[in-house]
Write a protein that binds this ligand. Sequence first.
Ligand code: AMP
Ligand code: ZN
Length: 488
Amino acid sequence: MIKELSLFNTLGKKKMPFVPINKEKVTFYSCGPTVYDYAHIGNLRYFTFVDTLRRTLEFLGYNVEHVMNITDVGHLSDDGDLGEDKMLRGVEREKKKQGKEFTVWDLAQFYTDAFIADSQKMNFLPPHQLTKATQHIQGMIDLIQSLVDQGYAYKTSKAVYFDVTKFADYTKLSGQKLDEKHVGVRDEVVVDEEKHHPADFRLWQLDQPDHAMQWDSPWGKGFPGWHIECSAMAMEYLGETLDIHTGGIDHIPVHHTNEIAQSEASTGKQFANYWLHSDFLRVDDEKMAKSKGNAYNLSDIMAKGFSALALRFFYLSAHYRTTLNFTWEALEGAQSAYENLWTQVMTARTLVAKTSYSGQKAEIIDEARLTEYVHKFTDAMLDDLNTPLAIAVLWEVIKSESTPATKIAFFEKVESVMGLSLLSAPTLYDDSFLDKATQTEVIEMVIQRDEAKAQKDYELSDTLRESITKKGFIAIDTVAGTIAIPSF
Ligand code: AMP
Ligand code: ZN
């Protein structure tokens, strides 16, 4: 029996049944990329989690409104008062690399496009709204104004700050003590002497005349702090209380803590009911870092002959709340497992297609088995998106004694959740097969080979296998004769 969806909520630190505010529309906000460089494979792990959550909700029949932001405003790179602006650093890098003038706006557009291109390769469903911070400055100013008006924010000569002491339960998401936070902040930064409390965070930055992006505001020319963009855009598109908000675990103590404080202080309402966070990817058991040269991006992966979907398969093979260690060997393992699964699914699909092509009676789908498989798969996903278990069910089904028609019916039902494109390539018998000449030739070779085998002419049968292989197919012997599948 299908149970209810249970999700691990960082707010409360336990798995909880998912109950949306409005059954007709689930509101889902995910923190998006900062576009000063390519997304690295750690970021892509997080975005695969986001996509899996979205797909699972839709699979369960929810109508989802998914918003993701693009952080295209330059920010000081730490959470304190001073720090380097990653966007400006990116501009300097691109100027050198591309040997031409490059503005922050060019940088943001270039890497936004790169993120969208990577997302397509990874099979991520496009968010319904991909919102750029730079296009929502007025909404941020309005939100800051409401915090100033309500006494939650104050201005110094350098910035407008959120006063964390005014917001009860400021650290409720992380469970940290406010004192623990002071230390972290003090260690990082040069302190603004006028700041009331070391943990107070910037809502609007002033006094940075060299910063490339500046807007007028009631407090003077400047630019928004990082956290305010997500609160402003999430509430503009999804309302004051969202169902789900996601990020990587690094966002718990600072970014999401601050989002909650400023949103809830402004509206007096809970900002998001479910906070979900995915754990980090490490590389060779080390933290990823540009300086270590291990912050690989998707092009690095593909340049070594791996497919984006093999990377996706690699991510899905671990639960999103566990740390995952990337090694090239582990990716090789994932690629060969993925190819194997793809090949077995293609074999089953081709068997079904061949039966129908040769006018034989179609195999019966074993409905009882199918229901049992789908329930098993669904139960895995309902349990806080247990993708490793769901993948185990895919293997169990494909390796089972069930008829190919039953297997394919199962994959058709669940394919949308995993996004692994296991059913999209045409089989030899499909009308959508592009190379018609090859299609006709190979179908004919398969017929001849089946006849040769029936007449025990093994020499001819072997020659035909070679000819099929030369056409870029793999010939597999099955009870239903030769099955020719395009090689992966
Ligand atoms: P950024 O573009 O830096 O804002 O990061 C986008 C998302 O990737 C954030 O939600 C981060 O939490 C997440 N992230 C950053 N590094 C890693 C990592 N090594 N593993 C998994 N997720 C990460
Ligand atoms: Zn955010």
